[in-house]
Design a protein. Structure first.
Ligand SMILES: [Fe+2]
Length: 369
């Protein structure tokens, strides 16, 4: 993150600080404490967080496209996928990140990947799930388990955990896309595995999409036919779905990316959606303890998140802090956001807390599916 212009707040500076001197246990012999520490034991009462009302008054992290552009240009000239595996600049939360361990949120990382005309990014696979959302440029392809997925602005391409994937670019101009990955989750769980290419498997020839009508599910999926998985969601279809989506009482339209065979998330632990905010409507305040990363696809607007109020425009990226009342509104014509959330992780663990409205008090438990 560029601290000079693109961040709405420094999370680290907003933590409730704890006077560590007060945490020391008066009267405990220093020699005893040394014995405990030598044995690998740590007094709980000296913890900075246990039994303390630590409140992370987190603020929004916001990267404006106009600030990102010159930094992206430097990545184009200074590094090549030949020597860095992937040319990616990660959005880094200063509170969560450590040297060599940039993190965008507690469970998800986000970044910008750049590919120049004629470049390729060699195949590899990993247990970390990833999604790509194209911001600028066209003419690139991501090959996922043998399926070639075209990449044009607004297109979403999935590279689920375990799938071989590589990128190539035959277009004329550089292509830039948003990367979203659940790397921090897998690293915390100890399940982050990586395997470099070359691709070690044979894949069945990819079929053209069998999902030609929205209310009809071809039986071929029940037969487990390989090569029919959807890895690409063209923006044209998403835009049409948003146009037809009902205006919700909460003041927006939303479509969710799903696996058409199941109706569920195409990547189980990632919630992927597109939202539209129509003119003169402010969305109902919403808060959740899940993490949400937003990419501005079209238009401009304003978000109010706790004490933060900020304007955004096309290709900006912002990360909403958990547990803060948030509303959005378009400025001028309608505006559209692509959103990536780890809500499903919280839901499956039974710890999801979210609400609409301005109810005071603790977060209610969500019953939503
Ligand atoms: Fe990858």
């Amino acid at each position: 993150m560029s601290t000079s212009a693109t961040c709405c707040g420094d999370r680290a500076s907003n933590l409730v600080t704890i006077d560590m001197d007060e945490q020391k246990t008066a009267g405990v012999d220093a020699g005893v404490e040394s014995e405990w520490r030598a044995a690998g034991l740590s007094p709980l009462w000296e913890s900075a967080v246990s039994h303390k009302a630590v409140v992370d008054q987190a603020k929004v992290l916001h990267w404006r496209w106009r600030d990102l552009e010159p930094l992206i240009s430097k990545a184009m000239t200074h590094v090549s996928p030949e020597n860095v595996e992937r040319r990616v600049l990660l959005f880094s939360d200063p509170y969560l990140s450590a040297p060599g361990r940039a993190m965008s949120s507690r469970t998800m990382n986000a970044g910008l990947q750049i590919l120049m005309s004629g470049e390729v990014a060699r195949p590899h696979r990993h247990t970390i799930d990833a999604i790509r959302f194209v911001l600028q440029g066209r003419g690139a392809q991501t090959i996922v388990n043998g399926q070639s997925c075209e990449m044009a602005p607004g297109d979403l391409v999935l590279t689920p955990g375990g799938c071989w994937h590589e990128h190539s670019h035959t277009g004329d101009e550089p292509i830039i896309w948003f990367d979203g990955l659940n790397g921090p989750l897998h690293r915390f769980l100890g399940t982050a595995l990586f395997e470099p290419g070359p691709v070690s498997e044979q894949f069945a020839p990819a079929c053209s999409s069998p999902y030609v009508e929205p209310a009809l599910r071809p039986d071929v999926i029940d037969g487990g036919a390989e090569g029919c998985t959807i890895f690409r969601y063209p923006w044209q279809q998403v835009a049409a779905a948003l146009d037809a989506a009902p205006q919700l009482l909460q003041g927006f339209r939303r479509v969710r990316y799903v696996d058409p065979a199941t109706g569920h998330n195409p990547i189980p632990l990632m919630d992927l959606s597109a939202m539209q905010f129509d003119p003169r409507l402010r969305s109902t305040p919403h808060r959740t303890n899940a993490n949400t990363i937003c990419v501005v696809v079209e238009g401009a607007g304003e978000t109010s998140c706790g004490e933060n109020v900020f304007s955004w425009s096309a290709k900006d990226v912002f990360i909403l802090p958990p547990n803060v009342w948030t509303t959005h509104r378009a400025e001028g014509a309608h505006a559209r956001l692509f959103m990536l959330s780890d809500r499903e992780i919280y839901r499956r663990l039974g710890v999801l807390q979210e609400a609409y409205g301005n109810q005071p008090g603790p977060l209610p438990q969500s019953n939503a599916i």
